[in-house]
Design a protein around this ligand. Structure first.
Ligand SMILES: [Zn+2]
Length: 131
């Protein structure tokens, strides 16, 4: 079991939980590769029946959208430092305040809705048959 887990790509091992709903109504959040035996009726589910590539694509979308705010924050920081070095600290502060304000007013809502759309498009519902 441990050896097969190691074969899974990192993107998959760290991916979002998979919600499995049994025919009897039991639900469980599983990681990719996990198996679950339903407590209610004893059906067994194997998340490995989900196509690996489809699941990895979801994870990639998630990472990309999380990375973007971090990268823009870093860019902003670099810009501020450059301004600072040039002896224009005051201009830098104004620029940052302006950027932060416009980000929270326009950037973030726009970004959030894009993220939700991207994720909802990418999250398919798989039907895994119980063993
Ligand atoms: Zn069940």
């Amino acid at each position: 079991m441990a050896s097969t887990e190691a074969e899974l790509p990192r993107a998959v091992r760290k991916g979002p939980p998979i919600t499995v709903t049994c025919e009897c109504g039991q639900r469980r959040d599983l990681k990719y590769g996990e198996q679950w035996r339903c407590e209610g009726c004893g059906r067994r589910f194997d998340t490995r029946k989900i196509p690996l590539e489809e699941y990895a694509a979801i994870r990639r979308t998630q990472v990309r959208y999380r990375l973007f705010p971090i990268l823009s924050g870093l860019l902003l920081l670099v810009a501020v430092i450059l301004f600072w070095i040039e002896g224009r600290a005051f201009s830098a502060l104004i620029a940052v305040a302006f950027l932060l304000a416009s980000w929270s007013m326009f950037g973030r809502p726009f970004f959030r809705s894009r993220y939700r759309k991207a994720i909802s498009k990418k999250v398919p519902t798989w039907t895994i048959k119980a063993d």
